[in-house]
Each structure stands twice: as structure tokens, then as C-alpha cells.
Design a protein around this ligand. Sequence first.
Ligand code: GLU
Length: 443
Amino acid sequence: MSQAPQPQAGGATSAPAVFTQALPSYLDPQHLGPWGIYLQQVDRVTPYLGKLARWVDTLKRPKRTLIVDVPIHLDNGSVAHFEGYRVQHNTSRGPGKGGVRFHQDVTLSEVMALSAWMSIKNAAVNVPYGGAKGGIRVDPRQLTQGELERVTRRYTSEIGIIIGPTKDIPAPDVNTNEQVMAWMMDTYSMNEGATATGVVTGKPVDLGGSLGRREATGRGVFTVGVEAARRIGLEVAGARVAVQGFGNVGGVAGKLFAEAGAKVVAVQDHGGTIYREAGLDVPALLAHVARQGSVAGFPGAEVIANDAFWSVPCDILIPAALEAQITEANAARIQARMVIEGANGPTTPQADDILRERNVLVLPDVIANAGGVTVSYFEWVQDFSSFFWSEDEINARLVKIMKEAFAAVWQVADENKVSLRTATFIVACKRILHARDLRGLYP
Ligand code: GLU
């Protein structure tokens, strides 16, 4: 590593550069990819942080990064190795918290960015957590159930040195679910010699999971969507909604919008894109996806080209799949008045700017999809107290937190004439860096 001074991106009040080592390439703000995008987002808020900006470099480096080898026996008798990660971005406000994803394209840069977005998200809704994320570079669709269990267990064992109910609490994310959480909880508990339900959230309800957790992210997406629609004078009843990704997030959000009288006109997932101007039958589509694994072949809908999804006439667009879906290539074609980011990082910064110029309101991931981790927090509290709440109580508390957090972000955006994303970062970074400031440095 060279000893050149660190570039001072936007941090006029940061510590003198000469005392800090040059950044390794994967931390370099010029490095394209999710982590580079996150760093640009931090730079945008730095001018709004006042005296706390002296701590901003804390946000530009993950606190702890673990890369693990995950070897397993395949069913055919051979041994396969997968690379796994767990990144704890920040723990100033509490233990690390964030999901684990299984995907063939997972990279360290991606997991670092996702862990940082968890820090922002958790601070934005004011749950007492830092931010963390994990992942394994594996295509789970290529694995048998037994292989999937072995990958999960070995990975959990490898990251067991840094996770725990008071240290860092994983949860489901892309391609992980309640069953994966049950295996993680069991593996950690076996190694500890005691059942520790609070080590992961998003568990089955019969194993210390919370009622309402599975629907929580989609319910949060719907809640902030309704709040924002009211503020821009968009009537939800009759509004046309397009959804990308029809799983736990997009499927639930689509269902709630349909129940509120909106028309879900287009849905895209890995199987293709379907469209129906008069609105799709959402309960029937959910049942079809549960049976068939994708929207492909849903009767009564028109099949359109995947790229045409971005230009369908609609009022609300919900990207609820993966990162970097709304880009320079399609942002100018989006017809919606409002984009609600159910996924993490679905809009590139260039696309963000195009949408803002075109007056399309973007409800950013770091507030819009925070419903999942909010109910994860409820689950963790319930596990610690071994006392479980009713679903109505959970949903009511979730809606209250989401509405209050959204109102605070809206006000900051209004006062500073900034996007909701920058406003959410302002609220969250101030909370994180205030905690950092109060704690001070050890030693
Ligand atoms: N994976 C979800 C997210 O990105 C939930 C994380 C959690 O519940 O800890 O927000």
C-alpha cells in the first residue's frame, strides 16, 4: 500500500490527511460499484453534518470485514468451495444488524455497501443497531436442499466468531428465508452449547420468530408510499403500480396496494414481465408465483419485453429485486410520479439525478424498505424477553415508526431543498456520528 495522503472528498473538516494511510483500491471513492456509490452518497451529506463532519471518515470504512472460505461436500461426493463475507460497517449505536444473501454475483464491495446502507437505515428509523451484512457467492438454485443446509451451517460456523445476539444479528435477504435462519440459529446454538434464538431474526414463528416479520418490508414500502402519495396529491385508489420482483417485498407491497384500490398493471421477475392495463389479479398472481416460482405463464396477462417494463404507463414504480436496476439507460423513460425502493440500491446515482430533474419522487431504500429490520428489532426484543406480541400490535408499532421516520425525513428534505435520499442520510449520519462523538475513541 502506498503512503500517499488520502483524498479529502467533501470532508473539509476531516482530520489532517497526512495522518491517514492511502485507501486500498476497494475503499477508493473512484472505484465503481456499490461501495463507490455509497461513498458518493456520504460525500453529498458531508456539508450538512456541521461539527460532526470531523467524524465522517468513520462512515467511509467498515469497522470489521470478514472473508471466509465455505467448503462443503456436494451430493455427488466432491468438495466445493464458496466465498462468504460478513461485514460490520458500524456499531456506534448498537450491535451490527443486517441480512445475509446467497447469490452468484455477491462481491465484497456489494456486501460492504449493503452493510453501510444498513447503518443508515437502522439510524433512520432509530432502532438501536449499527449496520452489518453478509453474503455467500453461490447460486442457491444450483444446490440441493442438503447442500444448501451444509453451506448455511458451515458459513454460520465460520462467521460465528463475530456474530451473536449482542454483537451482530443476521436476518434474511436475497435468496435466504426462515429455514436458512433456523439452520443459522441452530448452528450458532450448537457451537455455543445453548439455544440462542436472538442470534438471527426472520426465524420461523415456532422458533422465536415474530408474527408479521415476513410481510414487514412490503408493509413498510406500502406505508411510506401512502404517506408520500398524500403529500404529492396522488390518489392511491386507482393509481397504477408497476412492481419489479414479486417475492417477500414486491409481492406483499403489491398486495397491499391492490387492497387499497390501486391497480397493479405490470410485474417483472426472473421469469419475465407481464402487463395488464386493467390491473392484474394480485391474489391469483401470488398463488401462481407460489406454485410456479415466477410470474411466467400467468393466465390473462400480456407478456412484454423485459426492457419495456421501464416505460409502462404507471403512477408508482416499485423496484423490489436487486441493485442497479434503474440506470441512465432507462431512467428517462420511467412514467411513474413516484419510485419506492423496495430493494437495496436499485437506482444508480446518475439515474437518481435524471429522476430528480424529471420531478419523479424517489423514496429511497434506506427509509422505504426499513420495515423489515424494524420488525427484526421487535423479534429480537421479543426473544430477549421471551414474551411475544400479537400481530396487530406489531403492525401498529411498525406503521407508527415508519410514519414518524418518514415525516422527519420529509421535513429535512423540505428545509434543505435536498432529495429524500440525501435527507435520510443527513438524519441517519447525524445520529451515528453523534453516538460516535459521545463514545469517543478507544484507547
Ligand atoms: N435484509 C433486510 C434489509 O436489507 C432486513 C435486515 C434485517 O432484518 O436485519 O433491510
